[in-house]
Design a protein around this ligand. Structure first.
Ligand code: AMP
Length: 181
């Protein structure tokens, strides 16, 4: 079972992803983590991505799709895609990659959290790319480039919107219900 978790930056995707992969034995694929690993390794890709990430903009679809394609194995039974896809081109690219493996996305979970709540949470988190101007830019980028995926997956009948407020356990219970239907 392949699952996508969709939600604005700071909506709690990372926290819930950790719960989901444990419960459903999925392999976690976070493009944000992969990019940070490239930066830490000082690779050419990491160096190119760093300034884009620091500004809160998106790394190019070609780079992201290339990275993901390298991670997909023929024998992967279940993946959790976290922070990917973030654009329609990435979503279409992912569908194509999976189709080549006679596979497809089963469920898409959209974590729904109020933007003002997100800004508070992210300022409290204090990551390098988490100052207020960058956060607002990341939310704008989410709204214009990633939010259209909600419609894309609704049309495929794969989307469940989950309220992202409450405790980690409360939110996870909602997700678990959506994934077990
Ligand atoms: P994240 O940890 O998922 O919030 O990602 C941190 C940053 O990495 C984002 O603000 C983007 O600059 C970049 N990034 C991560 N995933 C993607 C993606 N799927 N497409 C484009 N850029 C990405």
């Amino acid at each position: 079972m392949h699952v996508v978790i969709l939600g604005a930056p700071g909506s709690g995707k990372g926290t819930q992803s950790a719960e989901i992969i444990k419960k459903f034995s999925l392999k976690h694929l976070s493009t944000g983590d992969m990019l940070r690993a490239e930066i830490a390794a000082g690779s050419e890709l990491g160096q190119a991505a760093k300034s884009v990430m620091d500004s809160g903009n998106l790394v190019s679809d070609d780079i992201i799709l290339g990275m993901v394609a390298n991670q997909l194995d023929d024998n992967d039974e279940g993946m959790l895609f976290d922070g990917f896809p973030r654009t329609l081109a990435q979503a279409e690219g992912l569908d194509k990659l999976l189709k080549e493996k006679n596979s497809e996305i089963k469920h898409v979970i959209q974590l729904d959290v109020d933007y003002e709540e997100i800004i508070e949470r992210m300022l409290a988190r204090g990551r390098a790319d988490d100052n207020e101007a960058t956060i607002r830019n990341r939310l704008d980028v989410y709204e214009s480039q990633t939010a259209p995926l909600i419609d894309y997956y609704l049309k495929q009948n794969k989307l469940t919107t989950v309220l992202g407020d409450g405790s980690v356990a409360t939110i996870f219970a909602r997700i678990e219900k959506a994934l077990t239907v």
